[in-house]
Write a protein that binds this ligand. Structure first.
Ligand code: EPU
Length: 423
């Protein structure tokens, strides 16, 4: 793993046009879903990221042939169903590897997947995924740090998947995938409504599944005997789009975004308008400009359609420049605040109280060496660097590379002064 860093000289206004990639968090479950089918699949708009490569490697371990015949296009066909083990070394590197659990259990009747640990954004239990599998008739045990799930036959059931923080995105994806091949009807209540879940349901339906209600908290899945293959284009990455919108706003820039679904960003656009950022739809995309004067605001993250936790850190960087006090409350991952300490190193004024950060706007941020070991927190530091006086060095860029396709190239094309160096 190359330990690259970004060196950013702040102060340039972002101007121009940027094209948003396909959604990482749609790509991962959609790729995993290919384990369910009997025929080849073609997925377009797959971002070239550490995480999507990682999942491709895991699928190869599990007997799939994964090819990238053209940029953004991934073809997946299962050739050998002998292996059902997702090893700790894979799961440790990417927690989303757990999304092979549902497909393996449904198709191969057995799955052995290393239990993921916590990560920088806090504990990440998967009890809700397991509750769903058990309801479908699977037996689950823990053996040597692996979850071993087995089922002679999965049977449809009425499952409630809500947890202490509301719905679960990958839990919903996992149980929905398992239910596609179960006997009879499954109803998932308190299902996640994220656009990535809808994208997965669309893909599964194209493979021959019978899922309705995707995008609502109630999913109805009628089991089928077999799934084929499908061709599918992934939705645009709403978090990457939100990150670029905030970057434009912070630098007082004027940026046009292509390949954006503003209807997936309603809560974000609403909040940004309150702050003084203009975000307007334009032909297949969006245009962003901002007032020099940014208003403070209060915001809490929630499952979709609420304000996404994956943009909380970036919004915090923006609110560091607002004229007054803002309160940011994390309702999805209450410990997701590792960027606070790093932003303080850049002259921000932030006080944390439990799951809330009180941000008092400052006149300017000041460049500093910083690092954060979470993808979105690191992105927030890059944004802060774009506006900070002097030079900011963001270390351990591999976290950003997990989820942003060529972020420095895209930012440079908008006029940012950002370079990648090996550490
Ligand atoms: N939770 C449980 N039990 C479970 C599952 C989740 O208590 O079995 C809790 C979590 O601890 C958390 C909340 O429920 O407090 C929501 O977690 P969720 O399961 O929805 O998260 P996830 O599916 O593991 C996905 C994204 C994350 C994103 C969250 C929330 C992918 C691959 N990951 O994770 O994305 O933050 O939903 O929207 O889709 C990122 O891209 O940077 C990222 C972390």
């Amino acid at each position: 793993m190359a330990l690259d860093k970004f060196v950013i000289t702040g102060g340039n206004r972002l101007k121009g046009t940027v094209t948003i990639s396909g959604a990482k968090n749609a790509a991962l479950p959609v790729m995993a879903a290919c384990l369910l089918g009997e025929e080849p699949n073609t997925i377009d708009g797959v971002p070239d990221l550490a995480d999507t490569r990682h999942l491709a490697d895991l699928l190869a371990d599990l007997g799939a042939r994964v090819e990238r015949p053209a940029p953004g296009r991934v073809q997946i066909r299962v050739e050998d169903e002998g292996n059902v083990h997702a090893e700790y070394d894979r799961v440790r590197k990417m927690r989303a590897s757990v999304c092979v659990l549902g497909p393996l259990l449904a198709k191969r009747k057995k799955a052995r997947v290393a239990m993921p640990g916590g990560c920088q954004i806090g504990p990440r239990p998967i009890d809700l995924h397991l509750r769903g599998f058990r309801a479908l008739g699977a037996e689950i045990e823990l053996d040597g740090g692996d979850i071993v799930a087995t089922a002679k036959k999965l049977r449809g059931a009425h499952v409630f998947l809500g947890g202490p923080f509301g719905s679960t995105v990958l839990g919903t994806a996992n149980v929905m995938m398992a239910a596609t091949l179960a006997e009879g009807q499954t109803i998932i209540e308190s299902a996640a409504c994220e656009p990535e879940v809808v994208d997965l349901a669309d893909f599964l339906n194209a493979m021959g599944a019978r899922i309705s209600g995707a995008g609502s908290p109630r999913l109805v899945i009628d089991g089928v005997d077999r799934l084929g293959g499908a061709e599918h284009r992934l939705i645009p990455d709403r978090i990457e789009a939100g990150t670029f919108i905030i970057a434009a706003a912070m630098t007082n820039g004027e940026v046009a975004l292509k390949n954006v679904r503003l209807d997936h960003l309603m809560a974000v656009v609403h909040k940004l308008r309150e702050i003084g950022v203009n975000v307007e739809p334009s032909d297949g995309g969006a245009e962003v400009s901002s007032a020099r004067h940014l208003e403070p605001t209060d915001v809490a993250t929630y499952p979709y359609p609420g304000f996404p936790t994956d943009l909380q850190a970036q919004l915090m960087a923006l609110l560091c420049l607002a004229d007054g006090n803002s309160a940011i409350t994390e309702k999805v991952f209450p410990d997701r605040f590792i960027h606070v300490a790093e932003l303080l190193r850049m002259g921000a004024n932030i006080r944390k109280e439990g799951p809330t950060a009180i941000v008092t706007g400052v006149k300017r941020l000041i460049g500093a060496p910083v690092m954060a070991s979470d993808l979105r927190a690191s992105a927030a530091l890059v944004l802060a660097g774009l506006i900070a006086r002097g030079t900011t060095t963001v270390s351990r860029v591999y976290h950003i590379d997990r989820g942003y396709e060529r972020i420095e190239t895209k930012l440079r094309s908008l006029g940012a002064d950002i370079r990648r160096l090996s550490e």
